[in-house]
Design a protein. Structure first.
Length: 336
């Protein structure tokens, strides 16, 4: 069994990954700065649940503080690292560029440097489909060009990939970048469509469908993403600097998504058709054949089943949903 350092454990994917690793018998050291920038109640809930889980060691710190991150690695000496912490959300990166640079670039650099200095564990890190910019040559493959980001968020994720590559070239650190495609599931992100659509349906408000609902996303269920991270952490044959797409490999329109959420919640939605928004790419689509050929990973959860399981969670947690709704109203953040 391994000691795994997971960063971003109060976040959506990090929380699920930490629980899965512990369930599999591993020891998890979890780090998060609990910054109150987005929906702090949700982070606090996930954080509290992990603190109560045997096998979980809790660290609250800002990874961009390089000295503290060095001390973290010196103290815990992890066998493996899953670096998921980041400021997330494409649109807010426009408003807070320096916060994104600090967490996603400086924070990632601090993790890579500490890993090289303390035992050189394999570092699996979260990248994003956003590195492909608005390329229309689909599906996206890892060897496609990724040098025309259309948001600062995407630029910071690409910077993370390039730094990881440099650490492999210079120091021989094994770095595995996973480009996640629109992840959804229970305890997910209230800034993303699956949650905002469900919230609008539950409250009887119209669901804004940009580009008339024609936009397509490669929606990926969180358990599949967690399985991909585990495969990248534990597969014995991986070395060097690698990058892989992690998606369902099946783009779906937002109108299809909305229909599935309506069915799963047993309530119809009011639709508000709107033009496309600047900065939104029309479609995303992952070619996941490289990850399958390398570690045998295949996504297993269909959008229909994944949405059904999200909707069950959503309907079972009215208290969490209501608190998020109040935070959204206080912050003036629109549902989309
Ligand atoms: N959810 C998706 O659809 C998606 C898609 C592509 C890529 N990703 C990537 O996957 C990773 C996880 O995403 P998520 O959806 O769980 O996001 P999230 O926002 O729910 O979680 C990120 C966590 O990182 C923490 N964090 C941020 N900066 C930190 C710092 N400097 N020090 C310590 N902790 C810090 C935050 O407090 C938060 O809890 C991110 O790297 C994100 O860029 C996510």
């Amino acid at each position: 069994m391994a000691k795994v350092l997971v960063t971003g454990t109060a976040g959506f994917i990090g929380y699920h990954l930490a629980l899965r690793l512990i369930a599999d018998g591993h020891e998890v050291v979890g780090v998060d700065d609990l910054h109150p920038c987005a929906f702090p109640s949700l982070k606090a809930q996930r954080h509290r649940r992990l603190q109560e889980t045997p096998g979980y060691t809790d660290v609250v710190q800002d990874l961009a503080d390089a000295e503290a991150t060095d001390a973290l690695f010196a103290t815990h000496r992890p066998d493996l690292v899953a670096h998921l912490a980041a400021r997330t959300g494409v649109r807010t990166s426009v408003e807070h560029p320096f916060a994104y640079e600090r967490s996603n670039v400086l924070g990632t650099l601090a993790v890579l440097e500490a890993a090289r200095l303390h035992g050189r564990p394999r570092v699996v890190y979260a990248s994003s489909s956003s590195v492909y910019g608005d390329s229309t040559a689909m599906p996206w493959r890892e060897d496609d060009r990724a040098d025309t980001p259309v948001s600062l968020y995407a630029a910071t994720k690409r910077a993370g990939e390039l730094m990881a590559h440099a650490f492999t070239a210079t120091h021989g650190l094994c770095t595995i970048g996973l480009r996640f495609f629109t992840v959804y599931g229970p305890f997910g992100r209230p800034d993303m469509a699956v949650w905002t659509f469900a919230e609008a349906i539950a409250s009887g408000e119209p669901v804004p469908l940009f580009d008339g609902g024609n936009m397509q996303r490669d929606f990926t269920y969180v358990d599949d993403v967690v399985a991909a991270v585990c495969a990248a952490l534990f597969h014995p044959g991986l070395d060097g600097a690698r990058r892989f797409n992690v998606g369902a490999g099946a783009p779906q329109g937002l109108d299809t998504l909305l229909h599935l959420i309506e069915t799963a919640m047993g309530r119809p939605a009011l639709r508000k058709l709107l033009p496309a928004q600047a900065g939104d790419v029309a479609s995303t689509w992952a070619d996941c054949s490289a990850l399958e050929a390398t570690v045998g990973f295949r996504p297993r959860v269909s959008l229909q089943d994944g949405i059904a399981s999200f909707a069950r969670w959503f309907l079972d947690h009215p208290d969490i949903v209501q608190t998020v709704r109040s935070e959204r109203a206080r912050s003036g953040r629109p549902t989309r």
